[in-house]
Design a binder for this molecule. Structure first.
Ligand code: SF4
Length: 249
């Protein structure tokens, strides 16, 4: 039987982006398609034209005005500086190092995002029923994240993510149970496009899937496939929703 450890209270600090210790990896490695989130189309492993030589964004203060709201809510969960440290330097001027960084980064970013949700779930007494499973999944995820850059680059996370998602979903159900949450699927929210605004109050205890949110009461944060929310968000985007709105429970 797996021993249930105490929750890791320091995970938010450990999984926080430190752009000063990075080289703008998130501005280079991912490809962007022009959309509501990004004003331009950019191939993967190509620097954003706004990325400066000192690795800071040249239009940081006006990103939203310029059509880059996706950048303002992006979070690498600390994967960027981690990859930079393991690679041992800047991607500029070293094609082999750049390749290793850019191929490992998306995988490590997903693992860090998953770790964030797992640790967050583990901190809730109401999820005690699955604390043991959460501990096991955290350990397994940490072991994957500790692999070398080349190994990370070759890794497929689909199976591990699905297993973790099952535990997280169970934790979410346990947390949401007192709120008798309902399920929201495929709705949009926020001005100016929404005909069904979803207020913070309405999402309490809800399971939310496929939500797109552009502005309005729950805007300001984007998440790709966070499985653990009191309102789990799957394949949707939602903004400024605390992951675990405590007032809901
Ligand atoms: S990858 Fe992370 S640490 Fe690096 S610049 Fe982007 S957000 Fe900052």
């Amino acid at each position: 039987m797996t021993e249930v450890s105490t929750p890791d209270r320091g995970f938010r600090e450990r999984l926080r982006a430190d752009c000063g210790q990075c080289y703008g990896i998130c501005c280079v490695a991912p490809g962007f398609v022009a959309s509501a989130d990004f004003a331009i189309t950019k191939p993967a492993e190509t620097p954003c034209p706004h990325l400066r030589e000192d690795s800071w964004c040249g239009v940081h203060d006006t990103l939203r005005d310029r059509g880059f709201p996706g950048c303002t809510v992006y979070d690498c969960f600390g994967a960027g500086q981690n990859v930079a440290a393991r690679a041992g330097g800047d991607w500029r001027g070293d094609a082999e190092r750049a390749r290793r960084m850019f191929t490992a980064y998306p995988v490590l970013r997903d693992l860090h995002e998953l770790l964030y949700y797992l640790h967050e779930a583990r901190g809730f007494a109401a999820a005690a029923e699955v604390h043991g499973e959460l501990d096991e999944t955290i350990d397994a995820t940490e072991r994957l994240a500790a692999r070398g850059l080349d190994e990370l680059a070759q890794m497929s996370l689909a199976d591990h993510w699905a297993e973790a998602n099952a535990v997280l979903t169970r934790a979410s159900e346990l947390l949401r149970a007192p709120a008798a949450g309902r399920e929201l699927r495929g709705v949009s929210c926020g001005a100016p496009t929404s005909s069904r605004p979803v207020s913070g109050e309405r999402i309490c205890g809800a399971r939310i899937c496929g939500v797109r949110c552009c502005s309005g009461p729950i805007c300001g944060r984007r998440t790709s496939r966070s499985p653990t929310l009191p309102a789990p968000i799957c394949e949707g985007r939602i903004c400024r929703v605390p992951r675990w709105p405590r007032r809901c429970f």
